[in-house]
Design a protein around this ligand. Structure first.
Ligand SMILES: [Zn+2]
Length: 164
């Protein structure tokens, strides 16, 4: 009888900690200023990365990088939709093969991978103390993806020459 009660408490505890853990993970990139949520404050940081990152000049996930990565993600999303828009108009995507673009899921994965590689490169620069290059990786990536997206929208629509 007592054992089953203990088990129930244990299960509740496990549930509570797992919920708390997901809360922390979801809020991880957020800045420390978001202290309005008591859940995040109550739970101590668990990841080893956070302690090692604090030893650098600045935290890797600081406000500036968070914004830069968000910008890269947004630019990539913009590029994704502009390319699909271009494809619908019958033009040819120059950078990757049409097969990949036509397979939307795969194309989305390529865009997401681009963001991942960009963040990874930034982290490597950060790790080895090249903090300027770290920022520039995101800035340049953002610029390239955005101009690519704008170019996609600006390209003239190819009208298939069909007999009237
Ligand atoms: Zn850095």
């Amino acid at each position: 009888m007592k054992e089953s009660l203990n088990l129930r408490i244990l299960l509740l505890l496990a549930l509570a900690t797992s919920v708390a853990a997901t809360e922390v993970c979801a809020q991880a990139p957020a800045t420390e200023e978001q202290a309005s949520s008591p859940m995040v404050v109550a739970v101590p940081p668990t990841g080893k990365n956070q302690t090692t990152q604090r030893m650098q000049d600045h935290r890797f996930w600081d406000k500036k990088n968070a914004w830069l990565f968000a910008g890269v993600g947004a630019a990539r999303t913009f590029d994704y939709f502009s390319t699909l828009n271009l494809r619908r108009r019958g033009d040819v995507e120059i950078l990757i093969t049409n097969d990949v673009v036509d397979n939307h899921a795969a194309f989305a994965a390529v865009e997401a991978a681009g963001v991942g590689v960009s963040i990874g490169a930034s982290y490597l620069f950060h790790r080895y103390g090249h903090h300027k290059l770290e920022r520039w990786t995101s800035v340049v990536h953002f610029g390239l993806a955005t101009t690519g997206g704008v170019r996609n929208y600006c390209l003239k629509t190819a009208h298939p020459k069909t007999a009237p």
